[in-house]
Design a binder for this molecule. Structure first.
Ligand code: DGJ
Length: 379
């Protein structure tokens, strides 16, 4: 064969002894191909360096194009693969949204402490300009395969990555929960990059505010100051700690909040001068009732308001857990709440629930909607 000629679907079909239609079905992730045939064809696709033409890729993109949010339904990227960005966050940068999250695309295994877990794969990043359609930019902080002592080793826990931009240093700063498999180490990991979409340089880990740190989020205020909110004291309390000007350390100024209330999965935003903090209870992968609190100052005191969820299964947060809340660019008073709908026995197939926030005065309501789009926020 001419070495400069692109491998075609016909070439793969010939090598595999199947029809071109069967190769197409494998390329399109159709379920109706026997597993061994599928694996053989996939191997040939890699070995023969098949890459679809731009026209074919566009066709696939058209097929997976979305114009609405479908909470709890499989959410594919623009090439038709389920999005792997759990416990994630959104960064809006120069007209593009970046969705960072845990890639959990690996088999679920039993874990003596929390029932089930997966090996770390790393932090994924996806980009979008409309929030419905996402392009996979790959792993921006991959797990480390060959050094079992490394904090990002596949045997470790890498959860809830959060990225903020630092205007002074012009760097993108990623915080994440790092842990050993038994969740006993409970540290904060830090990685930085000059661009939003990686590759991030891992700087190491630390114990913020002289405490343990599990679920976390980072909030950047309008004045450029940023804060780390982390579940501490074995998840019993939620600490809010100020970050240094470069966002790479805690300053030592922090408060203990929701003491002995066992709250995790914090998601924070600011509206009309008030801070909102949405959290979940502490029941592993299982859902529980969400709760939110309001404060005039991010360091507190926080006033607990109650469960903002409304509709079927609102007391179990629609079978999901808070991940992040962000304002939508181009709309006024428009915020989206992101949740993870964990599937604990097959964690990699966990789904996402994104819902709009409605305000009644300063109270917030997150009501279940089967399908919605940004027009809900008005023009
Ligand atoms: C709840 C946390 O919010 C998740 O990020 C994860 O750590 C699970 N617990 C593990 O059980």
């Amino acid at each position: 064969m001419n070495p400069n000629r692109r491998t075609t679907i016909k070439d793969i079909a010939l090598a595999a002894g199947v029809s071109p239609q069967t190769v197409s079905r494998v390329l399109n992730d159709r379920p109706d191909v026997a597993k061994t045939t599928r694996q053989y064809i996939q191997k040939l696709i890699v070995e023969m360096e098949f890459s679809p033409s731009a026209a074919a890729r566009n066709l696939v993109r058209q097929r997976y194009r979305r114009t609405s949010f479908l909470p709890g339904k499989i959410w594919n990227d623009d090439e038709g693969h389920p999005i792997q960005a759990h416990g994630g966050c959104i960064l809006y940068d120069n007209g593009t949204y970046y969705w960072f999250g845990e890639n959990k695309d690996t088999p679920t295994k039993k874990n003596s402490l929390i029932g089930f877990n997966v090996e770390a794969v790393g932090v994924s990043c996806y980009s979008s300009t409309d929030l419905y359609n996402w392009k996979n930019l790959g792993l921006v902080l991959p797990a480390v395969k060959d050094d079992p002592r490394h904090e990002l080793h596949t045997s470790k826990i890498v959860e809830r990555p959060k990225v903020v931009y630092n205007d002074l240093t012009q760097k993108y700063i990623m915080y994440m929960h790092l842990d050993t498999e038994d969740y006993q180490t409970a540290r904060v990991g830090l990685a930085v990059c000059d661009q939003p979409a990686g590759a991030y340089e891992f700087l190491g880990s630390f114990s913020p505010n002289q405490a343990d740190s599990r679920d976390l989020t980072v909030f950047k205020d309008e004045d450029g100051k940023a804060y780390l909110l982390h579940s501490a004291e074995w998840n019993k309390s939620l600490y809010v700690g100020e970050l240094s000007a470069d966002y790479c350390q805690t300053t030592g100024v922090f408060t203990r909040n929701f003491i002995n209330a066992s709250r995790e999965a914090p998601a924070v935003f600011k509206r009309q001068g008030k801070y909102y903090c949405l959290t979940s209870g502490c029941t592993g992968w299982d859902p529980n009732a969400a709760e939110y609190a309001l404060a005039e100052n991010i360091l507190g005191p926080w006033k607990i308001i109650g469960n903002p969820c409304l509709g079927p299964n609102a007391n179990q947060t629609f079978f999901s857990q808070s991940a992040f809340i962000f304002p939508v660019s181009g709309y006024s008073d428009a915020y989206i709440a992101m949740f993870d709908q964990w599937k604990k026995e097959d964690i990699g197939s966990s789904r996402y629930v994104w819902l709009p926030i409605r305000f009644e005065g300063e109270r917030m309501v997150i009501e279940w909607i089967d399908e919605w789009d940004l027009s809900i926020f008005g023009s």
